[in-house]
Design a protein around this ligand. Structure first.
Ligand code: SAH
Length: 257
């Protein structure tokens, strides 16, 4: 990669960070759904360690923190998100046991068999579901849980347009039974799966973005990177509105054998 490309990439990266920094969530989800998933997990104690991988600014992490006595570490690649994460923890007086760290889900900064719960909402796709659940398993104690959300097909057949869209952006999307089989093959008991309700996309993810987009376009008027980026986000939203009967996010909860 030459220097010119590096600086263009960095510029894009900073813009995307700025766009999402102002939003409570960087992926589909809701506090209700986080708590629903938590219900499938055996009670945690003040000594339990939870890792939230790809935590973003910590929308779901703070929900977990308010409903468990555990120690939480949020891990994200983007330093700007981790700064906001730690500010959010401080505002909620949770800094003693909720810490954000910059790092990659590809090289977890934890001891093997040290975690009591791995959480990851709307983020495992960055390394792929199958790779993530297999690699992360080593960091869990036996008998503890993983809970992740992942894009999944609801049906065996689907219109070509939405099929092609996903093949281009995340070809690892698959049906729920196939994802459950992957979880079983990775050495987990598949404890539960449930589909995230539509409001996780519409009210909690797309509606706040629609507002942020106007302000962002005004601020970066004439900036092609910003304009193209927003156009893509709007396209993605329109695909969801048209094809939501065929795909969505699903929570997969597994217990390490
Ligand atoms: N869990 C949050 C954020 C989801 S967006 C929510 O549901 O709101 C996906 C997140 O994954 C982003 O914050 C992005 O910065 C992070 N990410 C992308 N690649 C990563 C990697 N390799 N390691 C850690 N985090 C990563």
């Amino acid at each position: 990669m030459n220097n010119e490309n590096t600086s263009i990439r960095e510029f894009d990266f900073n813009l995307i960070c700025e766009y999402f920094s102002g939003l409570e969530r960087q992926g589909p989800g809701s506090p209700e759904v986080t708590l629903k998933a938590l219900e499938f997990i055996d009670p945690l104690t003040a000594d339990s360690c939870i890792a939230d991988l790809g935590c973003g600014t910590g929308g779901q992490t703070m929900v977990l923190a308010r409903h468990t006595p555990a120690q939480l570490t949020g891990l994200d690649l983007f330093p700007a998100f981790i700064d906001l994460f730690n500010q959010n923890a401080a505002k909620l007086h949770l800094s003693e046991r909720v810490k954000g760290v910059v790092g990659s889900m590809e090289h977890l900064p934890f001891e093997k068999e040290s975690l009591d719960l791995i959480w990851s909402e709307g983020a495992i796709y960055n390394i792929g579901f199958e790779r993530g659940i297999n690699e992360w398993r080593d960091y869990l104690k036996s008998g503890t849980y993983i809970a992740v959300t992942e894009a999944s097909w609801f049906t065996n057949e689907r219109p070509r347009e939405i099929h092609d869209f996903w093949m281009e952006h995340y070809p690892e999307i698959d049906t729920i039974p196939n994802k459950v089989a992957q979880m079983q093959n990775a050495g987990y008991i598949p404890v539960a799966t449930f589909i995230l309700p539509e409001n996780c996309w519409t009210d909690h993810f797309y509606a706040p973005q629609a507002q942020a987009q106007e302000a962002f376009l005004k601020k970066y008027a004439g900036n092609t990177t910003a304009i193209n980026y927003i156009a893509f986000e709007r396209y993605e939203m329109s695909m969801y509105q048209r094809y939501k009967a065929y795909y969505g996010y699903v929570f997969y909860i597994g217990k390490k054998l």
